[in-house]
Design a protein around this ligand. Sequence first.
Ligand code: SAH
Length: 292
Amino acid sequence: MTDKPRSFPLPLSSVVDQKPSYASVRGPVATPQTATQNATQNARSAQPYVARQAPAAAPAPLRGAQAERDQIAAAAAPRQNPLVSEAVRRAMVARVAKQGVKDSVVLSALDRVPRHHFIDEALAAQAYIDASLPIGHHQTISQPYIVARMIEVMRNGGQLKRVLEIGTGCGYQAAVLACIAQDVYSIERIKPLHELAKANLRPMRVPNLRLHYGDGMLGLPQAAPFDGIILAAAGMDVPQALLEQLAIGGRLVAPVGGRTQHLHLVTRVAKAEWTSEALEDCHFVPLRPGTV
Ligand code: SAH
């Protein structure tokens, strides 16, 4: 199923052109933690807000960016909750940077997407701690750090044209991806979550994002090949169909494993040749076949 064309709060150019200064908060790559550990740690060590400097050389296109900032603010206004303010979101981005994510394009995208719009209102106060949170149907919204890290690894500093996400969930990572890639496709196997993502994304109007209901293990052959593929659920290996749908030179990032999982980067180096690299530990919900 294809979602209607929408225009996201900020144009791609405003993400790509901006060079926010995150240098002051960079640190070593963090050990990934479970949601509970993260929530506890974040509650204990609230980080100071790190102000971003206005980009000196390449200011964002003012008209569009301002209009869209207003749009985000207007969408966020009715809640009137200081825990979901832009400053709180910026502090979350600073923490993600401190955990080791260096890609300013990814950090900018994270700064733009109102994560609290993707979770239940009852949990909104926790929207900007670095934790995964329940979204129903035994699934979770991924923790901001891992969302950013996966996209950073997939992007590898390059331009992304066509990207596929397996496991839309509530649509948060898809929205972040849509700030970065030219065209984003996302597949969800649980119908009510597919509908939830559509409802969450509707007010944001994201024209370059298409949501599909189906089994992501089969990929999306009609839209392949993809420069990048991200799996938001962990299998014991990477489905062959997805490897085949990667463009040559394309990069796939996936959690692999059961109880113990590692993030894997698979690169298609030739028509029939892929390389694989295990990265850090991670913790994702399982990848399952079929649809429900
Ligand atoms: N991308 C989400 C994370 C969602 S959690 C975010 O933005 O936070 C992972 C999702 O993967 C769940 O919604 C689960 O239903 C979905 N999933 C698991 N196996 C799948 C499959 N074979 N195809 C599509 N989605 C799948």
